[in-house]
Every structure is written in structure tokens, then in C-alpha cells.
Design a protein. Structure first.
Length: 400
């Protein structure tokens, strides 16, 4: 998401500046008004054109930082001293620099949450809001520990999904490489041999030779078409309508759609449950959860739930109407709302769907492995057989 730089007036008339990571300008204005600030200027921060390395902070480093921070705060050390120690211990220079800046802001009188909010590339909106709730409730160490557990589980969930994609990606890469080598280097040799013999070629052989000639003569056009296709799809996906259409299509793909749906449910329930148990309000929790959903269909369903509860209705009904969330999930959320234990219920759902994601990943790999092997065999084997068909004909002619 883009980063917006803003300046706004406080209730006392002072000017406050900062930056925030939100989807658009309207969202920034809404965020400022909820903070009781009057927007003065809101502009998108120019994107940095830089080749600098080491500016990426891994989730593992954030989890380690958060756990150490929680331990230090629980031990009674002042925030400034905690941040100073953490900055010295952090090996990632970009993260260490960000911690130093947070330390300086805290020393200047800013709250920890406000100081973290100035570094959206390191600390997410969810992270900042949980810290703010922890500060307000006097349970910062508890919230930080809970946050580190959440980040670890969320990262593990992402790794599961990415791991499921590695095998098919490797097989497809091998298939493309093998086919390209055959068409560029092997097929022309056979073509030259067949040209020296006055023999009618079978249709499969002519097709393979034609593909070889197209690849050799128009490889630049093929690359250009692929690049244009990727650009068009990415541009369409950046639009609200396009993202909604493509995300809905992904959820309908057999097996893969089931995995994505279960992943989204696990992520939604884990995020919202963690926010609510940390003291974040239900409305803010739903808004943050919607932004971190990773799927526009889920985002819209969650935002409808937010509007519903703001109007005095329930969360469960809009989620049920979306058709994305399984009946068990909406029923458990409904029970949680009625009994006042929605955060506990969300955590239980998240634990259940973490296991479901494991099962879905295993099912995906079990289904795709034989399909990809067959695909690779048919494509490569089919090309080889097509080139040997004329040789068999030549042997039959000589034998007669």
C-alpha cells in the first residue's frame, strides 16, 4: 500500500505531522478524523528510486525484537533503555536505525505507538494498534508477548502456503526449460535430416517443427506478449473491480481455492482474535483485519460486518451472506457474540483452520504431483515421439 504524508491540527490548534500506510487518501482522512485530528494536507509519499540493499526487515527479526522487548518491559526497564539495548543488539542496520528513531521520538514525549507509526515499512498498522491498546491498558508486556506469538503463527501459515507452491513452480520451470531446449537445439537437427529425404511428414511432426520455427524466429514477440500480458493483468488487479474479480476467481479454483479460503479464514480469525484480546475496539479491529485480509472478497465481507456492527447488528450475518466463510465459522462467531467470548472463539477457529490448512496443503501436493508429472511426460515425450514418427516411416520404406 502507498505511504501518505500528512499534517493535521490537534484539538488545541497545534500542527502534527506524520506518515501512515493506507490504501488511499480518503482512508487517511478518515483515520485522522478518528484520531480527533483535522486534516490540513495529505499527499502520497514519492516512491524511493534506490538500489540500496539491507532495507528489508524479515518477520523473524520483528518477532525476535518483539519477544525481547516484552521481556525487558516485564522486567521493569524504562522504554527508552529497552529501545537503546535492542538497537545495539539488532544486526539488521535498517531495523536498528528505525529503533533508534523510535527511541528518539519516545524521548521527545511521543507515545510508543505514535513513534512506531512513523515506520510503516517495519511496524504494521496491526502492530501499532495493539501496542497502543497495551499502553492504554497498562499491559504492554502482555500485548507484546501476545503479538510475537501471533506474528510467529501468521508467518508459519504464510510459509505453508508458499511451500505448497514451490513444487508445482519447479516442475513447470523444468517443463518450460526442457521444451525450449528441444525446440531451439534438438528439433532443427531433425528438421535438417528430414529435409534431405523426400518423405511426407506426419501432422504431429509438422506441428513440432512449426513451433520450433516460431520460437526461433519470433522469440522476441513471444517475450513481448508475455510481458504485456503480465502488465495488463497486474494493472487490472490494481483496480478495485479487477482485484475483486480475480480474487473471486482464485477462490473458485478447485483445491487451490479451498486452500486460499482456509488460509484467509485462519488469518482473519487469528488477527481479529488477537486484536480484541489485546484491547483494540471491535470496529478498529475489523478495519485492520480487512486491510490485512489479502483477498478483496474477504476484505469486502469484513467491512460489511464492520458496517453491520456499527449499526447495532451482528458480525456473523454479513460474513454468512458473503458465501466465503464456512457455516461453522459464522455459527461459532455468532455464539461468541452472544456469550461475550468472541476473542476466545476466534482463537479456537484459528487453531482449527491452521490444521485445516495443513490438510489442504497435503491434498494439493497429492493432487498436483501426479498431474504435473503426467503433464511433463506428455509434453516432452509427445515432442520426442513426434520427431521419431518419420524415422519409423523411413525404416518401413527401407524394409520394403
Amino acid at each position: 500500500m502507498p505511504i501518505f504524508i500528512y499534517s493535521a491540527k490537534t484539538v488545541t490548534g497545534d500542527i502534527q505531522t506524520g506518515n501512515v500506510d493506507l490504501p488511499n487518501r480518503e482512508a487517511v482522512i478518515g483515520y485522522l478524523r478518528r484520531q480527533r485530528l483535522i486534516p490540513v494536507t495529505v499527499r502520497e509519499k514519492p516512491k524511493e528510486v534506490s538500489l540500496a540493499f539491507g532495507r528489508r526487515v524479515r518477520m523473524k527479526e520483528i518477532v525476535h525484537f518483539t519477544r525481547q522487548f516484552a521481556t525487558m518491559v516485564n522486567s521493569g526497564l524504562p522504554l527508552v533503555q529497552c529501545l537503546d539495548i535492542l538497537a545495539q543488539q539488532t544486526e539488521n542496520k535498517f531495523l536498528a536505525s528505525s529503533i533508534r528513531e523510535v527511541q528518539a521520538d519516545v524521548e521527545s514525549g511521543a507515545t510508543l505507538a505514535d513513534a512506531l507509526r512513523n515506520h510503516p515499512r517495519v511496524f504494521t498498522d496491526l502492530y501499532v494498534n495493539m501496542v497502543a491498546a497495551g499502553e492504554a491498558g497498562g499491559i504492554l508486556d502482555t500485548v507484546l508477548l501476545r503479538l510475537s506469538v501471533f506474528l510467529e503463527k501468521n508467518e508459519a501459515l504464510i510459509r505453508k502456503v508458499k511451500g505448497a507452491m514451490i513444487y508445482p513452480a519447479v516442475i513447470l520451470a523444468v517443463a518450460v526449460t526442457a521444451v525450449t531446449v528441444l525446440l531451439v537445439f534438438v528439433i532443427p537437427t531433425f528438421e535438417s535430416m528430414f529435409a534431405s529425404v523426400d518423405l511426407a511428414l506426419p501432422a504431429p511432426t509438422r506441428l513440432v517443427i512449426w513451433l520450433s520455427e516460431v520460437l526461433q524466429g519470433y522469440w522476441w514477440l513471444i517475450i513481448a506478449l508475455i510481458a504485456a500480458g503480465v502488465f495488463i493483468i497486474r494493472s487490472y488487479y490494481r483496480t478495485t473491480q479487477g482485484r475483486l474479480a480475480l480474487d473471486r476467481l482464485l477462490l473458485r479454483i478447485p483445491i487451490i481455492g479451498d486452500l486460499l479460503r482456509k488460509t484467509a479464514v485462519a488469518r482473519f480469525t487469528r488477527t481479529l482474535g488477537t486484536l480484541l484480546s489485546s484491547g483494540v475496539s471491535i470496529l478498529d479491529g475489523l478495519e485492520i483485519t480487512a486491510r490485512t485480509a489479502g483477498n478483496r472478497v474477504i476484505h469486502d465481507a469484513v467491512m460489511r460486518s464492520r458496517s453491520s456492527i456499527a449499526g447495532g447488528e451482528t458480525i456473523a450475518e454479513p460474513l454468512k451472506q458473503s458465501g466465503v466463510f464456512p457455516p461453522m465459522v459464522t455459527q461459532m462467531i455468532n455464539v461468541g457474540e452472544q456469550t461475550g467470548t468472541i476473542d476466545e472463539m476466534l482463537d479456537k477457529i484459528a487453531d482449527f483452520y491452521d490444521d485445516e490448512v495443513d490438510t489442504a496443503v497435503e491434498a494439493l501436493l497429492a493432487a498436483m504431483e501426479p498431474l504435473l508429472i503426467v503433464f511433463l511426460g506428455v509434453v516432452v515425450g509427445g515432442m520426442i515421439v513426434a520427431m521419431y514418427l518419420p524415422i519409423f516411416d523411413m525404416i518401413n520404406v527401407v524394409g520394403q
